[in-house]
Design a protein around this ligand. Sequence first.
Ligand SMILES: *[C@@H]1O[C@H](CO)[C@@H](O)[C@H](O)[C@H]1NC(C)=O
Ligand SMILES: *[C@@H]1O[C@H](CO)[C@@H](O)[C@H](O)[C@H]1NC(C)=O
Ligand SMILES: *[C@@H]1O[C@H](CO)[C@@H](O)[C@H](O)[C@H]1NC(C)=O
Length: 384
Amino acid sequence: MEFRFLVYLLTIILILLTRTSLAITFSTSSSSKLIHRFSDELKAFRVFKHGEKVISDSSSSSWPKRKSVEYYELLVNSDLQRQKMKLGAQYKFLFPSKGSKTMSFGNDFGWLHYTWVDIGTPNVSFLVALDTGSDLLWLPCNCIQCAPLSASYYSSLDRDLTEYSPSVSSTSKHLSCSHEFCELGPNCKSPKQPCPYIANYFSENTSSSGFLVEDTLHLATTDDHANKSLVHAPIVIGCGRKQTGGYLDGIAPNGLIGLGLGDVSVPSVLAKAGLMHNSFSLCFNEDDSGRIFFGDQGAATQQSTPFLPLNEIHMSYMVEVEGYCIGSSCLKQSGFQAQFDSGTSFTFLPDEVYKKVSVEFDKRVNVKRTSYEGSPWEYCYEAR
Ligand SMILES: *[C@@H]1O[C@H](CO)[C@@H](O)[C@H](O)[C@H]1NC(C)=O
Ligand SMILES: *[C@@H]1O[C@H](CO)[C@@H](O)[C@H](O)[C@H]1NC(C)=O
Ligand SMILES: *[C@@H]1O[C@H](CO)[C@@H](O)[C@H](O)[C@H]1NC(C)=O
């Protein structure tokens, strides 16, 4: 009985799957025609994706015979694949095709963390700053006002940085003013016009502006046998024609990758496309090297601190600071909120907290205090 029921159920599922597995093609006339995914008609055009290579497969025997076991297997597999995508986890981890490594170049690059990403077709590499405090990925592009890109300006680079050029990338296309991600859309003269953007940042007078495009971000994933394969994901990019403030001054000279919570951020776009879970991890070593993994959900045993609920003021990663310690002396009842921002070099404290911390620190530090001409710091020490 049970077995029969199962067979019956399977048959129903198979019928449903067969019904949903139709490919729709549109002919040039106004009528359209439904063609089954595994029909003979489509066979001639069919290509199979295998790893990164697309193999044309019009003659091979892998085309399933209609209603064969193989035929249903293929249908079930492709539908399961699609269901998995809907659940948001086609891949467990994704990382930039150049590798998951992050790096820091100290003062030369504003003390931020960076990683190499490959973008466009043919692909070009960019050394982008990692910023959890913003959403947009922007690159120096069709430059009117960009930071210097020549390696001679930076002591830690052995090659020139590159400017992105949408017209050179065959996978690039404009995002129009009518697109949901176009915040400045209502200001456009025509909905078909390329969408302009202006991104203002926490640092004073620091911004990037230009227009939005869609292009391919080249990522990689590894399977259970540690074999690497490439994943080519469409993402939104700010073609940063004009940068100001810190962005002309050695911070993110080759662009910035927004890891924030907004819809346009790289993790949000990858998750919405069903490529991974909407999460990522950034890990840093003491020497400031590190790793980034998109889709990482962390170990089940790992300890965590909850982020504060989002609100209109803070669409960002905020935590509640319950206390702070200087050496063994802990000052309780601090209770302030702090933003988790990988794109800010230093830790900023509210004034009254900063005062308490620095007074306590000064009590404990056993070196001579000094002052420097023009120094903004109240507490300076001669450390020899
Ligand atoms: C980038 O382009 C080079 C040269 O065309 C190619 O060998 C490499 O596989 C490409 N990388 C990705 C991630 O597509
Ligand atoms: C920001 O720009 C304004 C107006 O141009 C200027 O007065 C101010 O000094 C600038 N601030 C910084 C930190 O450069
Ligand atoms: C993974 O790589 C190993 C050796 O590097 C190879 O033998 C194996 O067939 C690969 N597996 C897949 C699924 O590609």
